[in-house]
Design a protein around this ligand. Structure first.
Ligand code: BG6
Ligand code: MG
Length: 210
């Protein structure tokens, strides 16, 4: 792509290191269920909604549970996760992020966040980054979570740009699939396992030149 008209960032694992906090919290849930769960299994969860993540863990463990218990585990996971990010600050931003945000802002390139997380606004406020984005589309706003493209399409529509002229930065397979399904230019960041699904791969956002 010659020059992007807009940039759309996934949050967990692209802007901030919180993907690891999600893993630790899900690992605790899986342990309670007696399900083997390592970083390798966690790859499949990245980018999925909270509900779909727990479904995936149960699928991995070939287990079924009552709906009430399912809901209880979701609340418990989120409480644990929220506690683990309570002290989050900008040191949790991934390499190149802050630089890129300020450069793109200087150049007047519209930016958005497209995240599956229902905690996205909380995190961006804590990091004092919300003002960089024209729109933050999060897990509370979509009917169809990633790998469906809705989250990115909503962001593009709000910025009044067409997908083919917008870049999506993603670290998850479900996210790259969502971006491609929506017709976006998809850049995989930091995760070589998904490079083949993307239009481009970057080790980190430090490598991205506007
Ligand atoms: C995604 C993360 O951004 O949000 C997933 O990649 C996470 O790991 C999902 O499970 C849902 O997040 P939350 O904060 O709504 O539980
Ligand atoms: Mg992510």
């Amino acid at each position: 792509m010659r020059k992007a008209k807009a940039l759309i960032f996934d949050l967990d694992g692209v802007v901030v290191t919180t993907e690891h906090n999600h893993f630790v919290a899900w690992k605790r849930t899986a342990d309670r269920l007696g399900i083997n769960f390592s970083e390798r299994e966690n790859e499949a969860l990245k980018g999925l909604s909270r509900v779909d993540s727990l479904r995936k863990i149960l699928e991995i463990g070939n287990k079924q549970i009552e709906e009430n218990y399912f809901e209880e585990l979701l609340v418990e996971k989120n409480n644990f996760y929220k506690a683990s990010i309570a002290q989050l600050d900008r040191s949790a931003c991934l390499p190149g992020v802050l630089n890129l945000l300020s450069k793109a802002k200087e150049e007047g390139i519209p930016m958005a966040v497209g995240s599956s997380s229902k905690n996205a606004k909380f995190i961006l406020d804590r990091l004092n980054l919300s003002d960089y984005f024209q729109i933050i589309v999060d897990g509370n706003m979509v009917e169809h979570p990633k790998p469906h493209p809705e989250v990115f399409l909503q962001a593009a529509e709000a910025m009044k740009v067409v997908p083919s002229e917008s870049i999506v930065f993603e670290d998850a397979e479900s996210g790259i699939k969502a971006a491609k399904a929506g017709g976006f230019y998809a850049i995989a960041v930091g995760n070589p396992n998904i490079a083949a699904l993307a239009d481009e791969f970057l080790e980190s956002l430090e490598e991205f030149k506007i």
